[in-house]
Structure formats: C-alpha cells, structure tokens
Design a protein around this ligand. Structure first.
Ligand SMILES: O=C(O)CCC(=O)C(=O)O
Length: 309
C-alpha cells in the first residue's frame, strides 16, 4: 500500500532514472528554508575564509582541508568567478557563495526538520523502496548565483557504496528555469552509462578521480545516447535523482538566483559497504543519519544500478 506516492508516479517511464514530485514542500516550508539559507549567507565571514571555491569538473574539484573536513560542519564554498586571482572578492559576500554544506541536515534545526524529522519524507522513502535501511550522508544548499552561478557538468552521484546505492533528493527553493540553470537528466543512463570513475581521497592528500574500469575499457564505453530532459521546477518541487543517472545544470547567466536544497541518501551496512576512500567520512560524533525507524523489508528491483568493476 502506498503512503505518499501515487501508482501513476511509480509507473512513469523515467521512475528509475528520476522523478519530479511537485509540491513536496508547501510554500511556508519552502520560504522557511529559503530564508534560513539567506540568513546563513549573512553569517558567512569572508575574511576568515580559506578561499575554497567549488567546481565539479575533473581538474578543479576542491580537495583541501576546509572541504575534506566539512562533512560534519556548515561551511561555505565560493563561486569560481566570485574572487579574482589575488583572492579579492568581486561581489558582495552573500552573492559570492556557490554552496553551503555538508551537515545542514544534522546541525541546522530548520533543515533537520524537513530531512530527518519529516514524516512525509519517511513515507516517500517507504514507497520508493530503493533502500532497506537508508542513511542521509551529506546536504547542501546550492545557490547558483546570478550571472556567475557555476555550471555543473554531466555526472552521476553513485560512487559512495558497493554496490552503488545513492539517491539524490533535490528540492527547488526558487523557480528553476532554463535561464537560471534548471537541472536536466538523461533518462535511462543509470543502465546504459556505467559508472567509470569515482571521486576519492588520494593517498598523497587531496582528492581526485579513481578509475573503476581500466582506461582501455573506458574507451570502449559508448557515448551516452538519448536526449537530456530539462525539468523546470516550481519552489517546493522535489526531484529524486537515481545515483547512476547522468544529470547536469548550465551556468546561471540570468539575473535570478536558483536556490535549491539537496541531500544524498545511501544504503547502509550490511546491505552496502561504504568505501573508506570516499572524500566524505562519517565521524564517531556524527555517524550518517538513519532515515527510517523500521527498515524496509524489500527493495524495488531494478533500483540497483549497473555495477562495473
Ligand atoms: O543543483 C545543481 O545544479 C546540481 C545538483 C547536482 O548535480 C546534484 O545534486 O547531484
């Protein structure tokens, strides 16, 4: 018996790739999260900041201590174009931050309420049956600032566990349009595009990408086919993103910000093994947060993505 989703939503062709759930947060909840995000930006102290920028490109992904120890904190990451080569801020500080992360769901009462203390979310997770005993591991507010909001290149999120089990929860806090960098998805790519690399801590320090299949075999992987679907969203809409589905968002060249709250959920042991090389590691003080009071008895197949090793 379904508690939150409808059978029609589950029967949608793209259900295992991604699912748009309109109006998951009501207008008052959405406003509260947006206001809180703006208050956090007001708290940002640029003078004490180590100038960490955020980019998801292969070359530029941040790997410094400020980033690597942010899993149990609320920290700020700058838009690439907000600071010049000498570290000088090129715009007001609250318009310079690309994202705030990574423990909002644990540490901030407002975000905690919609994530860990949200009966609607638990009902949705029970309906999805993507995991037996899911945990939330990191959360972010992504602001996509006006005019310079960074592009997020094509990627998937499923590199945390063996087997891959990530599921992204992404909630629009503002209107998302083609102009301000709405997300787009390649349906079916969770099956057709194997996960070839994952983002890890490197033995010599910092972070980088580790190949999951040999370089020669990688060359044999066909280019993803099919057409990206851009999902314009209204404030409060939720998009569930299968951890292996390819998705991306364009640079925000518009005069409108595009605030969104997102967190990732994974399966926990013994159903999946969390890799010690992942950039994000739980701490004794802050283990990953359980979502369900009683684990799901069954999972929905084929929720599990294609595994490549
Ligand atoms: O918000 C965006 O533009 C990108 C989000 C994303 O890629 C993710 O949550 O995995």
């Amino acid at each position: 018996m379904l508690e939150y989703l409808t059978q029609e939503q589950i029967d949608q062709e793209t259900f295992f790739s991604y699912l748009l759930v309109p109006g998951f947060l009501d207008p008052s909840e959405t406003h509260t999260l947006l206001d809180r995000s703006k208050a956090l930006l007001d708290n940002f102290n640029f003078d004490d900041h180590p100038r960490t920028k955020f980019t998801t490109s292969d070359e530029g992904h941040v790997g410094d201590d400020y980033f690597l120890t942010s899993g149990d904190k609320i920290r700020y990451f700058l838009e690439e174009d907000a600071v010049d080569a000498h570290g000088k801020l090129l715009r007001e500080k609250h318009k310079a931050v690309n994202k705030i992360g990574h423990a909002l769901h644990e540490l901030d009462p407002v975000f905690r309420k919609v994530t860990l203390e949200n009966e609607r979310l638990k009902a949705l997770v029970r309906d999805l049956k993507f995991h037996r005993d899911p945990v939330a591991l990191q959360s972010m507010v992504i602001t996509k600032q006006t005019h310079i909001g960074g592009e997020v290149p094509e990627h998937n999120d499923s590199y945390y566990t063996d087997p891959p089990t990530a599921l992204g929860f992404w909630v629009a806090l503002e209107k998302c349009t083609p102009e301000n960098g709405a997300l787009s998805f390649l349906p079916g790519s969770h099956v057709t595009s194997p996960i070839a690399k994952r983002f890890v801590r490197l033995p010599g320090g910092g972070t980088g990408f580790e190949a999951l299949i040999p370089a020669a075999a990688q060359e044999q992987i066909p280019e993803p086919t099919g057409k990206y679907i851009l999902e314009a969203c209204a404030p409060g809409d939720l998009v569930l993103i299968h951890g292996s589905v390819l998705h991306k968002s364009e640079r925000n060249r518009s005069p409108h910000t595009r605030f969104a709250y997102t967190f990732h959920m994974i399966e926990s042991a013994p159903y999946a093994i969390y890799d010690h090389k992942n950039w994000l590691q739980p701490t004794l003080e802050m283990p990953f947060s359980r979502i369900l009071d009683v684990p799901n008895e069954v999972v929905r197949e084929p929720a599990r993505p294609k595994v490549v090793s």
